[in-house]
Write a protein that binds this ligand. Structure first.
Ligand code: ADP
Ligand code: ADP
Length: 226
């Protein structure tokens, strides 16, 4: 059974139909990329799955549980998702350890171990007591990644997560992210406007145009299409 099921999702803003009848599934342990040009409705789709945006109609299930259906709307904090969004910055007043530990529950010693293990995993062991402004852009993205992964979410939602990085940094952070996502077997839905990035990261690619899903399949299907 799929980790994410989206059915007949619709959302308009005034006269703009931002998302029209969008449906797809994300298989457990796989990375699915939502690809398409700017303005085609990718972010709105992701935000509805996260619960930040309310759909006009449609159904969303994560791990078999309804998030959104007639009579049901789970708020973002009750959804089993991790968010890594371009505009979802680190908490500036918290140090790195507190940022990474933010969504964790349980005994302090367990949380501390989890935070330490994740920092080590992305090569930031010495950074626990540093503050976000003391970190480079690439380091900040790594912290944002492990902050989202720390509570072991069912589904990671990533919106152009590497977009703000320059080319040189992007490859390094993307490789680190891919390694960690694969190693942890995390299920991912990632928004990108970059076909190369979708090819590189996606087990499957869902293509959107003008609010609609126009194609869905493995990366080679994009090449094969005339
Ligand atoms: P993408 O992520 O593919 O760039 P978006 O989902 O951000 O596309 O936007 C889809 C369409 O919905 C665009 O026409 C955009 O201008 C519009 N839109 C998105 N959010 C809002 C909003 N809060 N208010 C009005 N229009 C919006
Ligand atoms: P509490 O949240 O109960 O006040 P602490 O202040 O000890 O616990 O820690 C805050 C969060 O940061 C917790 O998630 C803790 O596990 C983690 N943490 C604090 N300092 C470090 C550190 N040096 N290395 C790793 N994790 C740390």
């Amino acid at each position: 059974d799929p980790m994410l099921e989206v059915e007949a999702l619709c959302r308009r803003f005034g006269d703009t139909p931002a998302v029209q009848d969008v449906g797809f599934r994300v298989v457990r342990g796989q990375v699915t990329c939502l690809l398409g040009p700017s303005g085609c409705g990718k972010s709105t789709t992701l935000r509805m799955i996260a619960g930040i945006e309310q759909p006009d109609s449609g159904r969303i299930r994560i791990d078999g549980r309804p998030m959104c259906d007639t009579g049901t709307f789970l708020p973002p904090e009750r959804r089993p998702v991790g968010l890594m969004f371009q505009d979802f910055a680190l908490f500036p007043h918290l140090d790195v350890a507190a940022n990474v530990g933010f969504g964790l529950q349980g005994p302090a010693a367990d949380r501390r171990n989890r935070v330490g293990e994740l920092l080590e995993r992305v090569g930031l062991s010495g950074y626990a007591t540093k503050y976000p402004h003391e970190l480079s852009g690439g380091e900040q993205q790594r912290v944002a990644l492990i902050r989202a992964l720390a509570p072991r979410p069912c589904l990671m939602l990533m919106d152009e997560p590497f977009c703000s990085l320059d080319n040189r940094l992007r490859d390094g952070v993307r490789d680190a992210a891919l390694d960690l996502l694969r190693e942890t077997g995390t299920t991912v839905l990632m928004v990108t406007h970059d076909p190369e990035e979708a090819m590189l990261m996606g087990h499957r690619i869902a293509v959107m145009r003008k609010g609609r899903l126009v194609q869905e399949g493995p990366p080679q299907d994009l090449y094969d299409r005339p």
